[in-house]
Design a protein. Structure first.
Length: 404
């Protein structure tokens, strides 16, 4: 084919191939292998895939499901998994029927290392790369960047701030793409125990190393396991500052390109001093363009309030989209998981049906317009994460990426 077709035609054909076929094509000849593993082709393939999904509505969601013997959950941030029985990664169409696209085989490439937890946590997803951290309930030092589409991963070196170098600490993590220098970064915020100072260190995939640690500015406290929200080129976490015998909540934003922090305000109607009553979880809107937030306020009768910041970094643009109220006193809302492309929200709910066989944790999709809860047919696991996912061949050009 290379002898009869112009190069641009060959490139356009290859861009449209399924990923498994594309990986096979890297072995057809040296020129194809060199072309497909070129960073420009990898980026062009990603852009084509995103455009195709937008045009045809074939968006995907990555589900991580865990079954175990003993499970504990704190609203939003903490999950404790003991005696792991089953762990599954699967892709589902982000459609009304929520069909399964495929299951993903995963064999941990850090099997020779000591894990602090029985499984990884999905911290964040960017351009088909999944950042996994050994920090589900205990803080470990095993981190990896994994592309499930091509089943390759890069194992991160140990960070500089560890127990043996730093002493006791809390930590939270984030994963993002620096669009300016085309680099993927892992951001690690570490808080000393007792809570004296908070530091940050950044891993660069391009450099393959962690930066030197430095103080976070503004100084603040963080919630261990706090979910990240990557939007508008910045990572966001809920944070707090201790003032006048009370905590003050705010949003800590980290610009991935400048690597500088800034403070963003919560909605004015929320009392930022009610730390003992508020539970916050940041998220990203269904279109991926706006910062969103789930708020549980134990002083109110609602299960959950759902907010979105319609104009980035403008406090006045916070808008409450929906308040969830108990529909059945036997049900318990455990956690919101993510927004869908449609704007619906996936929720993890514990259903108690005495006298019936079916009792346990189920996933539901909440329509914010009608208020209807639609079961997604997922009820086999104790712990879930769910995130939007685009298939890609990112990491195909990395010689240090290993098969997993």
């Amino acid at each position: 084919m290379s002898d009869y077709l112009p190069q641009e035609v060959i490139t356009n054909i290859l861009l449209r191939l399924p990923i498994k076929s594309l990986v096979i094509c890297t072995s057809v000849c040296k020129s194809w292998g060199s072309m497909i593993t070129n960073s420009s082709f990898i980026q062009a393939h990603l852009s084509h895939r995103i455009n195709f999904n937008n045009l045809h509505g074939t968006h995907l969601l990555l589900l991580h499901g865990v079954s175990c013997q003993n499970y504990g959950n704190n609203f939003f941030h903490h999950a404790h998994i003991h005696n792991l029985k089953k762990e599954v990664y699967s892709l589902h169409y982000d459609s009304h029927v929520f069909d399964e696209y495929c299951k993903i085989g995963f064999q941990s490439p850090v099997a020779d290392r000591k894990m602090s937890n029985e499984c990884f946590r999905v911290v964040g997803i960017c351009n088909g790369l999944v950042f996994l951290a050994d920090d589900l309930s205990r803080l470990g030092y095993n981190f990896m960047i994994w592309n499930p589409s091509i089943r390759k991963s890069v194992i991160l070196p140990k960070p500089g701030l560890r127990y043996e170098t730093f002493g006791g600490y809390n930590a939270c993590h984030g994963f993002a793409f620096d669009a300016i220098i085309k680099d993927y970064k892992v951001v690690r915020i570490v808080e000393e125990e007792p809570r004296d100072q908070t530091f940050v260190e950044v891993y660069s995939l391009a450099a393959g190393s962690w930066s030197d640690s430095r103080l976070v500015d503004p100084q603040c406290g963080i919630n261990i396991g706090s979910p990240q929200a990557f939007v508008n080129g910045a990572l966001h976490w809920d944070a707090h500052r201790f003032r006048s015998s009370s905590y003050r909540y705010f949003i800590l934003a980290f610009d991935v390109s400048s690597e500088l922090f800034r403070e963003m305000m919560l909605p004015k109607s929320l009392d930022p001093n009610l730390a003992s009553f508020l539970s916050l979880q940041l998220s990203v809107s269904g279109d991926g363009k706006s910062l969103a937030m789930f708020v549980r306020d134990s002083t109110r009768s609602s299960f959950l309030d759902i907010w979105v910041m319609k104009e980035y970094s403008v406090q006045e643009s916070w808008t409450k989209l929906y308040s969830i109220y108990p529909q059945d006193p036997a049900d318990s809302l455990l956690r919101p998981l993510c927004f869908r492309k449609s704007g619906e929200v996936v929720l993890e709910i514990y259903r108690r049906r005495y006298g019936e066989i079916k009792t346990g944790i189920e996933l539901f999709s909440l329509d914010l317009v009608s208020g209807q809860l639609e079961p997604l047919g997922i009820s086999r696991y104790h712990y879930h994460t769910m995130d939007p996912y685009h298939e890609s061949i990112v990491l195909l050009d990395r010689n240090d990426a290993i098969f997993c």
